[in-house]
Write a protein that binds this ligand. Structure first.
Ligand code: NAP
Length: 522
């Protein structure tokens, strides 16, 4: 019998309704699960979360909530095998790629459990030292950060059903803010199972964690002024969300993680045969193919000194040619499927557009698939090249959400930075060089337009965390086109789920208020 992904609202699982949306295996086409249409009882469910869920969570201190995160982690660690099976079937990913989502999510949850324990029994945070505002020093101001008085609604993208949930839910729950998650329909199965496992384990108070599967209709209408909304997905949906009354009139705090034309840069000193050159090539080939290129951080543009375009193209093409593409159930497959035939069509369309201004260095789409046929959503990796970066337009603007990257030739370091900045704000840029001074110079040139700058020298060649990997200690999000959002970054993530208020009054009252708080520092 097909799984029906029912909603959990108001502390209860709602009964199954008529199946409206279908989740499929992108390799075999098999139906895996269904969801209903527009959710019933959103207003009441949201009110229950704001009232009962928030009250129960906020009656506890940070360390107690951190302990709940640890318990939730244990529950899910015991079910990892089930999650891997779901990911393989529904996302079409290899074991290693499933791990990035599943273990990446659990790692982030564990990271916040540890960080939260260090905040002790406090129930609010103080921000900075008091400012003296009177000559006799008796009247002062202290900034206090209190957990927001609403719920956190997460509208998530299809590519990270586990990590996308936990990287947001961990800091929210740690802050004492109840969570409602709306996973992308195509891969909602894994998110639903994880939420169900944690709810069934009875670790969190009723109303702390809710889920709505299927249609997003009515979700934004159900928001109130003190709620917060975190969205991950396409720039088009982000624009719709930003124009909703909840945001424009009620000032619901919103965080947007949208698409991004990330760059990876081979520095001028990294000539063929050097360790930095080899690291660049290895990492680029890996970043193109991990999760079949369906990572928001994937390097869509690889910037290389113009004269090195042929050498880099040849080296990366050789790596890509060695990766077998197809059904991830076959152990010889190194890269699985795209998430759906709709994404397959979108990648094909995007490739055709890029090819109008780029030449093809490697055409993996022409290679035979392993244990998969033309009905699957599998597509081989493609490497393109653009010689005239300044004349090109599409390569700086069109995010093809698949295993595709374009080599772009640059003249000098200043030109490379200018090209990276044509992404108009990106999540990440990486630079490969053996010259630490050059790495530092690139970092300064890229910082204002990138959420993260990833520097790699041969010294850290084996230990760096990877261009595309989002680590919870570093912030994730980028300015401009990337959505303007900011997530993670250690305790910085908690700021989104707290309201900062300036408390002005007698020094003695401020001292008294500070009991039960801890300093917010990171
Ligand atoms: P999407 O089509 O924008 O969908 C994202 C989410 O929004 C889904 O849950 C979707 O629900 C929901 N949604 C669609 N229309 C909505 C509306 N009118 N109101 C409220 N919610 C609505 O994006 P996607 O195709 O899932 O994800 C791919 C994109 O996400 C890529 O562009 C990628 O770059 C970006 N991404 C960014 C990051 C980041 O951290 N910056 C991370 C991952 C992905 P349904 O699925 O039910 O339609």
């Amino acid at each position: 019998m097909t799984n029906f992904l029912n909603n959990h609202l108001g502390g209860q699982w709602q009964p199954a309704t008529r199946a409206v949306h279908t989740l499929t295996d992108p390799v075999t086409g098999d139906t895996l699960a269904t969801t209903g249409g527009a959710a019933e009882g959103l207003a009441e469910g949201f009110a229950f979360a704001r009232d009962q869920g928030a009250r129960a969570l906020q009656s506890l201190g940070y360390a107690q909530r951190a302990a709940m995160l640890s318990e939730a982690l244990k529950v899910m660690q015991a079910k990892r095998d089930d999650y891997y099976a779901m990911s393989l079937a529904n996302s079409g990913t290899t074991k290693a790629d499933s791990g990035i989502d599943i273990d990446g999510g659990l790692f982030t949850l564990g990271y916040y459990a540890k960080l939260g324990a260090s905040l002790g029994d406090a129930k609010a945070l103080t921000d900075g030292a008091p400012a003296v505002m009177s000559k006799d020093q008796l009247f002062q101001s202290q900034h206090l950060m209190a957990p927001v008085k609403g719920l956190a609604l997460f509208i998530n993208a299809f590519n990270f059903p586990s990590w996308g949930l936990w990287e947001k839910a961990a800091p929210a729950l740690l802050s004492g803010v109840p969570v409602v998650v709306k996973p992308a329909t195509a891969t909602a199965w894994l998110t639903h199972q994880m939420v169900k496992d944690v709810i069934d384990a009875g670790i969190l108070p009723p109303g702390a964690l809710s889920i709505v599967c299927g249609s997003s209709a009515g979700l934004l209408d159900a928001l109130s002024p003190f709620d917060v909304l975190s969205f991950t997905g396409s720039a088009d949906t982000a624009a719709t969300i930003r124009s909703h009354r909840a945001v424009t009139r009620d000032s619901v705090r919103v965080n947007i993680e949208a698409d991004s034309l990330n760059s990876t840069i081979l520095a001028e000193d990294a000539l063929p045969g050097s360790a930095a050159f080899d690291l660049f090539v290895d990492n680029l080939a890996r970043d193109i193919t991990i999760k079949s290129g369906q990572r928001c951080t994937a390097p869509r543009r690889a910037l290389v000194p113009k004269g090195l375009l042929p050498a880099v193209g040849e080296a990366v093409a050789a790596k890509l040619a060695a990766i077998r593409v197809g059904n991830p159930r076959n152990p010889d497959v190194g890269m699985g499927s795209l998430v759906s035939r709709a994404q397959f069509d979108s990648v094909r369309e995007g490739l055709a557009a890029l090819k109008t201004e780029a030449s093809v260095m490697f055409d993996g789409a022409a290679q035979p698939l392993l244990d998969a046929d033309d009905r699957s959503a599998c597509i081989g990796p493609t490497l393109l090249a653009v010689r005239d970066a300044d004349a090109a337009t599409k390569v700086h603007d069109l995010e093809v959400f698949g295993p595709v990257s374009t080599l772009v030739g640059y003249r000098d370091t200043e030109h490379a930075i200018a090209i990276a900045n044509r992404g108009l704000g990106s999540l990440v840029a990486s630079v490969y060089s053996a010259d630490n001074g050059l790495l530092a110079c690139c970092a300064r040139g890229l910082a204002a337009t990138h959420g993260r700058v990833h520097l790699v020298s041969p010294e850290v060649g084996k230990t760096h965390t990877g261009h595309g990997n989002v680590m919870p200690a570093s912030i994730h999000g980028g300015p401009g086109r990337a959505g303007g959002g900011e997530e993670l970054g250690g305790l910085r993530a908690l700021a989104f789920y707290h309201r900062r208020s300036a408390i002005q009054g007698p020094a003695a009252a401020l001292d008294s208020m500070k009991e039960g708080t801890t300093a917010f520092s990171y």
